[in-house]
Design a protein around this ligand. Structure first.
Ligand SMILES: C[S@@+](CC[C@H](N)C(=O)[O-])C[C@H]1O[C@@H](n2cnc3c(N)ncnc32)[C@H](O)[C@@H]1O
Length: 301
């Protein structure tokens, strides 16, 4: 069953963005327009620019957004090309940027996409179907060392070496249930009982296939130049690897020269404002929100 995507931290996002009716906002991860819908409703002369690298997300969200008003533009691109894509539209500065990272519920639930370990599907995991690298290629052609590195760097997978060895030995591996079996058999029974190890391993593969952590770092390096004064960046992360990158970037923006105890000349001063977590009520209503963390920064000058 294809489930509806419930937007995470929706009221918190809308409140934190402090949306001006004539402002320019960017939703970097459109999904099913859960956040975009609410942003668009608040715009009169303002504009909403939406990115997604999944064509299906753009197609379905277009149907949702066009019923609200026409102040939106959809862009089929990785968000790592933010500045360039804005430039093509003649936009240099914006008032707010939202990134709600990871995969959407429709992506997870669509068997043909191969994101989920809980249904049997081909090992694909591409957000953008025009990209060539699939999970199958990683699993079936990468070396044992490369697979081990992917598992450790992207998801701190325990027993990564054993899993990588078992994967290489069992090739060819054609579907997610076969991969689940190989993972299970490679690990001590106690580990398998405690927590389904496939979760972290599928996450690591998905991150590799979509180059998620590098895309995030590329994006963050552009934000200071793209935001207007008082503009805000909101990032919702779902696991520690993503969050560590955002946290580090925020710290860098707030960097003070330890010798001078002030910002170096020409640095844009930004302020790491806060971290917001979902309420117990939201977690109860939407399990996917339980690991969400919203970081917000405002450009002060
Ligand atoms: C968690 S969902 C967003 C859900 C959306 N906020 C909503 O409420 O409907 C993430 C979406 O961002 C897209 N995405 C993830 N990383 C991306 C990237 N680097 N560039 C463009 N789109 C990306 C995915 O394809 C997916 O549709």
């Amino acid at each position: 069953m294809i489930e509806k995507h419930i937007p995470v931290l929706l009221s918190e996002v809308v409140e934190q963005l402090k949306i001006k009716e004539n402002g320019i906002y960017v939703d970097l991860t459109l999904g099913r327009a859960g956040h975009s819908k609410e942003i668009l409703k608040k715009l009169t002369t303002g504009k909403l620019i939406c990115f997604d690298k999944d064509n299906q997300a753009l197609l379905e969200s277009n149907e949702i957004l066009k019923n609200i008003n026409s102040n939106f533009t959809l862009i089929h691109s990785d968000f790592r090309y933010l500045s360039n894509e804005l430039k093509k539209l003649g936009i240099t500065k914006v008032d707010g940027i939202l990134a709600d990272l990871g995969v959407s519920s429709p992506q997870l639930d669509d068997k043909s996409r191969g994101f989920s370990y809980s249904q049997n599907s081909p090992l694909d995991m591409r957000m953008d179907l025009s990209n060539s690298l699939t999970a199958s290629e990683v699993i079936n052609t990468f070396s044992e060392d490369e697979i081990e590195k992917i598992l450790i760097e992207n998801a701190d997978v325990k027993f990564a070496k054993q899993v990588a060895k078992a994967i290489v030995k069992a090739r060819p591996i054609n579907d997610s249930f076969s991969l689940n079996e190989i993972i299970k058999n490679a690990l001590p029974a106690k580990i398998v009982r405690e927590k389904n190890p496939s979760k972290a391993i599928f996450q690591a593969l998905r991150i590799k296939v979509n180059d998620e952590l590098n895309a995030l770092a590329d994006l963050l390096s552009q934000v200071a130049n793209v935001l207007n004064k008082d503009g805000k960046l909101l990032v919702i992360t779902f696991h520690s690897k993503e969050d560590a990158i955002v946290k580090k970037y925020f710290q860098k923006l707030n960097y003070k020269d330890p010798k001078l105890n002030r910002l170096p000349v020409n640095e844009t001063k930004m302020w790491h404002q806060k971290i917001i977590y979902p309420t117990d009520k939201e977690i109860e209503q939407n399990r996917r929100s339980r690991s969400a963390k919203l970081r917000v920064i405002t450009k002060l000058e």
